[in-house]
Design a binder for this molecule. Structure first.
Ligand SMILES: Nc1nc2c(ncn2[C@@H]2O[C@H](COP(=O)(O)OP(=O)(O)OP(=O)(O)O)[C@@H](O)[C@H]2O)c(=O)[nH]1
Ligand SMILES: [Mg+2]
Length: 395
C-alpha cells in the first residue's frame, strides 16, 4: 500500500510508535534499533518536529517505528504538538495502518514529575485510551548515567518506585508494563520484541473519537486534558495578579514608588502569561480545528482513492474467478470429449471409409471425420479459442 505518510507499506507490516516528553530519548531509542542516523537533540530545544517513520526488518517482519514530536516543546504550545500527532494518527487510521504497540519514554533522571511531564502523561493516557493500556510499555531512559554509582542508582530506583506507585499507577493497573532502557540495543530490542510477540493491533482512542465518533479535535479527551491545564494555569495567573494588586495598594498607601514599579513589572509579566494561555486555549479550539479540517479533507481524498483501488481489485478478482470457473468447465468437457474420441477411434472403420460428416468451427477450423470425431474436435477447438485467457489467469 502506498501512502500519504511518505512510505510504502506491505499488508503484513507492523507499526510501533515511540512517544514521550521532548528530550526523553525517543529518537535515540529508535536509532539504536535502526542504526540509522536520526536527528537527536543535544540542547533544551526539541528536535523531532513531525512524526517520522523508520523501517527495520526484524524477527522476520517489516517493522515501521514511528518517532513522534514530544510535548513540552520549548518553541510551540502543546496543542500544536497534539495537532501534529492526531493528524498523523488520523491519516494512518484512514490508510488502515494499525499500531501494534506504543513505547512511552520517560527520563528517570528528572528530579521530579514536573507539570509538563504530568500533563503529557495524562494527555498520552487519553490519547491512547484507558482500555488500551495493554498495548503500552512505559520505559524509563538514562539509567546508564548512574550505572557505576550505587548512591545515584538508589535515587533512580526511588524515583521509579514513586512513578509506579503514583503517576503511572492507573496506566499499570490498565495493563501497561514498565521497563528500564539502559541505552543499549539489547534493551531496546527486548521491548520491541515484547510488543511484537503479542501479535496484536489496536485503534487509539483519539482515532475512534475523531473517525468514528466524528468529534472535533478540541472535543477529544486528549485535547480536553490540555484545555483543563490551560484553565488551571489561567486561574493561577489571575490569582497572582490579584495578590499583586493588593500589594500595589499597600505600596501606594506607603508611597513606596520603587516597590510599586517592581510590582507593576511583575503584574505585566503575569498578564502576558495569561494572554498567551488564553490565546493558546482559543487556538486549541479553533486553529487546531481548521488545520485538522484541511488535513481531514486530504485524508478523505486519500481514503476514497484507497477504496476505489480496493473495489477495482475486488471486481478484477471476481472476473478472474468467473473466468477460471469457465475454463475449468471447458477443460472438464474437453476431457469428456477426449474419452469419447478414444472410444470412437477404437470403433473406426478401415482407412478407405469416406468421411461421415464435416464442419467449420467458430474460429475458422474446418474439420471432417465421422460424427463422433467431429464432435470431439469442436470441443478441442473451443478450448483453443480461450487458451490466451487460460495463460492470463494462471500468470
Ligand atoms: N545517557 C543517556 N542519554 C540519552 C538517553 N536517551 C537519550 N539521551 C540523550 O538525550 C538527549 C535527547 O535525546 P533525543 O533522542 O533527541 O530525545 P527525543 O525524545 O527524541 O527529543 P525530541 O525530539 O526533542 O522530542 C540526547 O542528547 C541524547 O543523546 C539515554 O538512555 N541515556
Ligand atoms: Mg526526537
Amino acid at each position: 500500500m502506498s501512502s500519504a505518510l511518505g512510505k510504502t507499506f506491505g499488508p503484513e507490516d507492523l507499526f510501533v510508535s515511540v512517544m514521550g516528553l521532548t528530550g526523553s530519548g525517543k529518537s535515540s531509542f529508535i536509532s539504536q534499533l535502526t542504526k540509522e542516523s536520526i536527528a537527536i537533540g543535544h540542547n533544551l530545544q526539541s528536535c523531532t518536529k513531525v512524526p517520522a517513520i523508520y523501517t527495520i526488518k526484524c524477527f522476520g517482519k517489516v517493522v515501521h517505528l514511528i518517532d513522534t514530536p514530544g510535548f513540552d516543546d520549548s518553541n510551540r504550545p502543546d496543542f500544536e504538538v497534539l495537532t501534529e500527532l492526531t493528524t498523523w494518527l488520523n491519516i494512518a487510521y484512514n490508510l488502515e495502518v494499525r499500531l501494534s504497540g506504543v513505547i512511552y519514554l520517560h527520563r528517570i533522571t528528572d528530579p521530579k514529575m514536573g507539570g509538563a511531564a504530568s500533563l503529557n502523561l495524562r494527555t498520552f493516557y487519553k490519547l491512547i485510551g484507558e482500555d488500551k493500556m495493554n498495548s503500552v510499555i512505559l520505559a524509563t531512559t538514562h539509567w546508564d548515567t548512574a550505572k557505576d554509582d550505587s548512591l545515584a542508582l538508589q535515587k533512580l530506583y526511588d524515583r521509579e518506585k514513586d512513578l509506579k506507585q503514583n503517576y503511572w499507577a492507573p496506566l499499570l493497573q490498565g495493563g501497561a508494563i514498565s521497563r528500564r532502557h539502559d541505552n543499549t540495543v539489547k534493551s531496546a530490542m527486548e521491548m520491541l520484541w515484547e510488543i511484537l510477540a503479542k501479535n496484536d493491533t489496536f485503534v487509539l482512542k483519539v482515532q475512534t473519537e475523531m473517525n468514528v465518533g466524528n468529534l472535533r479535535l478540541g472535543e477529544t479527551s486528549a485535547a480536553k486534558e490540555i484545555n483543563h491545564e490551560l484553565i488551571a494555569q489561567q486561574e493561577k495567573f489571575r490569582k497572582e495578579m490579584l495578590d499583586i494588586q493588593k500589594e500595589q495598594e499597600k505600596a501606594f498607601k506607603k508611597k513606596d514608588e520603587t516597590y510599586q514599579k517592581d510590582l507593576e513589572r511583575e503584574k505585566k509579566w503575569y498578564q502576558k502569561q495569561l494572554d498567551e494561555s488564553v490565546n493558546a486555549q482559543k487556538r486549541l479550539q479553533q486553529s487546531a480545528q481548521e488545520q485538522m479540517e484541511t488535513k481531514l479533507g486530504e485524508i478523505k481524498t486519500l481514503s476514497d482513492a484507497l477504496q476505489e483501488i480496493k473495489s477495482k481489485q475486488k471486481s478484477e478478482n471476481e472476473k478472474s474467478t468467473t473466468l477460471r470457473e469457465d475454463i475449468e468447465a471447458l477443460q472438464k468437457s474437453n476431457e469428456e470429449y477426449k474419452a469419447a474420441l478414444d472410444q470412437a477411434l477404437a470403433k473406426m472403420p478401415p482407412a478407405s471409409t469416406p468421411p461421415a460428416a464435416s464442419v467449420t468451427t467458430p474460429n475458422g477450423f474446418s474439420v471432417s471425420g465421422n460424427e463422433d470425431v467431429v464432435l470431439m474436435t469442436m470441443g478441442v477447438a473451443a478450448v483453443a479459442s480461450v487458451a490466451p485467457y487460460v495463460f492470463c489467469t494462471v500468470m
